[in-house]
Design a protein around this ligand. Structure first.
Ligand code: SAM
Length: 279
């Protein structure tokens, strides 16, 4: 009863991936919470914590889907900015809060140009982006965000445009991973950082057994019950099993030309966070 992705030709795989995400777009966020028991939120928060972006940073979130990473990025920067202002406020007690806000407003729009952070969400699937855009509008988060249809293997951006490139739970869906990594390297500025969250390999045998049972027996059932779509969720599980493990993926990132490549295991290796720099 396998979905048969191993045997389909490459061009066919891309089409099937498109169909899967077209089918799940409307239910995507609910399913993410249901299937990961909400833990995907912690994984994404960890990504932001490790990234620690500063005001002015430009992010490209590839396979960004409904925008989870981009929203977190903008929120993180906003809270950073707020923290910096409070710090200044404390150390300059003579000035009123309004004075300090004015100083910052002048600085951010002034001499060294606008230091506005921006995030671009790029995804091959317009249905996923549509859901993300609606979310942005309803949360009043549209400022600083753009939504671009594009393929990770052939990004519609010029060279050296971004400080940070992220891809969360997306790279395993791409047909040629090496090609996507090359593109990441191309669009990053020198000094820019590549960061990837992806399902990986669990080492602990007990956890591995539990995780297998959960993936193969429970996830497709949840997919059927919540979204009426067994096959899409079976694809999801199979694509996770075929993705390279921590060390192999690290080597692929190094072979692309990134430096200081490392990874953290999250939840015992259910997910790995890889990162590297363009020099
Ligand atoms: N990053 C989001 C998150 O963490 O919630 C969405 C992840 S979702 C599991 C995978 C996404 O990868 C889908 O939105 C899908 O359309 C996108 N995708 C698949 N192949 C792609 C490609 N070649 N280029 C860009 N996006 C792609």
């Amino acid at each position: 009863t396998h979905f048969g992705f191993e045997t389909v030709p490459e061009a066919e795989k891309a089409k099937r991936v498109y169909k899967v995400f077209e089918n799940v777009a409307q239910n995507y966020d609910v399913m993410n919470d249901a299937m990961s028991l909400g833990i995907h939120r912690l994984w994404k928060d960890t990504l932001l914590h490790v990234m620690n972006p500063q005001p002015g940073a430009r992010l490209l979130d590839v396979a960004g889907g409904t925008g989870d990473i981009a929203f977190r990025f903008l929120e993180y920067i906003r809270s950073q900015r707020e923290r910096q202002r409070r710090h200044v406020a404390r150390s300059m007690q003579a000035l009123s809060w309004k004075d300090i806000s004015d100083v910052y407003a002048a600085r951010e729009g002034g001499e060294d140009g606008p230091r506005e952070s921006r995030a671009v969400v790029c995804d091959i699937n317009k249905e996923m982006l549509k859901v993300g855009k609606q979310k942005a509008d309803s949360m009043d988060m549209s400022a600083g965000l753009s939504w671009v249809v594009g393929d990770a293997e052939e990004l519609p951006f010029d060279d050296e445009q971004f400080d940070i490139y992220t891809v969360a739970f997306g790279i395993r869906n791409v047909t040629h991973i090496d090609q996507a990594l090359q593109e990441a390297l191309r669009v990053l500025k020198p000094g820019g950082r590549f960061m990837c969250l992806e399902f990986s390999k669990v080492r602990d045998p007990v956890l591995a057994r539990l995780y297998d049972t959960y993936s193969f027996k429970i996830i497709p059932v949840l997919g059927e019950v919540i979204a009426g779509d067994w096959k899409s969720y079976q694809y999801l599980v199979e694509s996770i099993r075929r993705f390279p493990d921590q060390e192999e993926f690290k080597r692929m990132i190094e072979d692309t030309g990134f430096y200081c490549v490392r990874y953290h295991n999250l939840t015992g290796g259910v997910v790995a966070l890889h990162s590297g720099y363009k020099l």
